[in-house]
Design a protein around this ligand. Structure first.
Ligand code: FE2
Length: 235
């Protein structure tokens, strides 16, 4: 596994010691990303290869994991996955374990790309966090808050969005931006240095929801093409 290099002196990121601290910690004092750094054992690639023939996203459940014919190191990896799924389910979450073999890109992206490979914040109508772990393949990555520029607030892009909207910069336009998720997408400042989530680490990051006490953690999926497989837990 690749060594994880987390940004130093970044007060919005907190490294925690284990699952109990990860699940009980609050997003407060500006902290919007929590990371449980882990060095996992097991051959996750062996599990991924069972699904390599599928395109796009394949969700795997616990029963499928248990039913796979695996070597001893593959079984170690499967046990980690089952445990992670059960830990998140015990919190009342609905985690998904996905083998990803290429993401679908928007056919006509317009002024702001809105796929998961573009910088974005997750959003919800009530208090919700995003949980992420990449077990295999390129990991998700994040921007420091000060490096993220909301696309819909950048004058040139806003003008292009107004042209798509076909009206004035009014309450209706704000509603349009929200309904179309244009307000959830960001660009990186030219001097930005994104940080990667790394393999094996379990992350909990802040989303946008009414009353959220901290700004969201702006992140993106790696631009992996078909054939560059990933194994991702997401909730
Ligand atoms: Fe996301």
């Amino acid at each position: 596994m690749s060594a994880l290099v987390l940004p130093q002196d970044y007060p919005r990121l907190r490294v925690v010691a284990g699952f109990a601290e990860l699940s009980s910690a609050s997003f407060e004092d500006g902290v919007h990303a929590l990371c449980w750094q882990r060095e996992l054992s097991g051959d996750f690639g062996e599990i991924v290869r069972h699904f390599a023939g599928n395109e796009g996203i394949t969700s795997i459940d616990v029963d499928q994991l248990i039913g796979l014919a695996l070597s001893p190191t593959g079984r170690v990896a499967a046990a980690v996955l089952v445990e992670d799924l059960r830990c998140l389910q015990a919190l009342g979450l609905q985690p998904e374990l996905n083998v990803i073999n290429g993401y679908r890109r928007e056919e006509k992206p317009g002024p702001v790309p809105r796929d998961v490979m573009s910088w974005h914040a997750d959003s919800a109508t009530e208090e919700t966090d995003t949980w992420l772990c990449t077990y295999y393949g390129a990991s998700s990555e994040a921007l420091r808050h000060e490096d993220a520029l909301c696309c819909s607030l950048e004058p040139e892009i806003r003008a292009a969005l107004l042209a798509v909207y076909g009206g004035g910069d009014d309450a209706g336009f704000a509603e349009f931006l929200s309904e179309e998720c244009y307000d959830l997408h960001y660009s990186a400042r030219p001097e930005a240095t994104p940080y990667v989530f790394g393999q094996g680490n379990l992350w909990r990051v802040a989303t946008i929801y009414p009353g959220c006490p901290v700004p969201p953690c702006v992140h993106r999926a790696p631009a992996a093409s078909r054939g560059e497989l990933r194994l991702l837990l997401i909730s």
